[in-house]
Design a binder for this molecule. Structure first.
Ligand code: GTB
Length: 217
């Protein structure tokens, strides 16, 4: 039986690969593990059946036999642990790659999420306009530090790892902000991630869902 993940029936990003099922799809594609997808509507996500899988009523979830997981970091880590290709074998290199996974989700994604909240959830607050420069500068701090560490390396620590996979998906959230263009080595790093055949397959699969939903509208 194939692992099953959940994804938006109709993603608000219109298939741009910003929803977090993209991370899980990409991980599956990198390791060559086929998977099934169960599409859920916003309404279904808030029902008890989905909350039993994901207490916060969100996507994605992961089901494999009796195992149910939520949180993309945990899901990608699980896939990387079970299959070769996303974590190095050498123990210290493996520990560092796992460190980069946490870094992507805790250190880099946190200020980026603040920007999304400011731009969408708090767009109409009277203080949002004044706050945006601070939020953007906090992101620039992180990007500057990450850019300095990456330098002209291809990936964060040796070969491509689950740390890069999560970091690239986190940085992609800045696509429409233009902030990434201020750091050419990070923009090139994201482009390298997006050029991987596994990324393309995952991207095309999530885009096909949106295209089919739009055609059936
Ligand atoms: N920490 C959890 C994880 O990593 O798994 C967070 C999961 C999460 O935020 N899921 C979002 C969700 O279900 C979808 S991915 N939201 C619905 C809700 O909370 O009610 C976040 C997302 C959504 C939409 C866009 N977009 O349109 O660009 C981008 C990212």
């Amino acid at each position: 039986m194939l692992p099953i993940i959940t994804a938006f029936e109709r993603s608000p990003d219109r298939g741009k690969g910003q929803a977090r099922d993209m991370r899980v799809r990409w991980a599956f594609e990198e390791v060559g593990q086929p998977y099934d997808v169960r599409l859920v509507s916003f309404e279904e996500m808030k029902q008890p059946a989905h909350r039993a899988l994901q207490p916060f009523g969100q996507i994605p979830t992961y089901e494999e036999g009796s195992l149910v997981l939520f949180e993309t970091g945990a899901i990608v880590f699980h896939i990387a642990e079970r299959h070769a290709g996303l974590l190095p074998q050498e123990p210290n290199a493996r520990a560092r790659a796992i460190g980069w996974m946490f870094c992507a989700l805790n250190t880099v994604e946190a200020p980026i999420l603040e920007l999304q909240v400011a731009k969408f959830a708090e767009a109409n607050e009277r203080w949002t306009e004044a706050r945006l420069p601070l939020v953007k500068d906090r992101i620039r701090d992180r990007l500057g530090q990450l850019s300095a560490r990456l330098g002209d390396a291809e990936w964060l620590d040796g070969g491509f790892s689950a740390g890069d996979l999560l970091m690239v998906t986190v940085l992609r959230r800045l696509n429409i902000s233009g902030l990434l263009d201020e750091y050419p080595n990070l923009a090139a790093y994201v482009a390298r991630g997006e050029a991987r055949p596994a990324f393309r397959r995952a991207f095309d699969a999530q885009l096909a869902v949106f295209t089919a939903a739009s055609a059936g509208r």
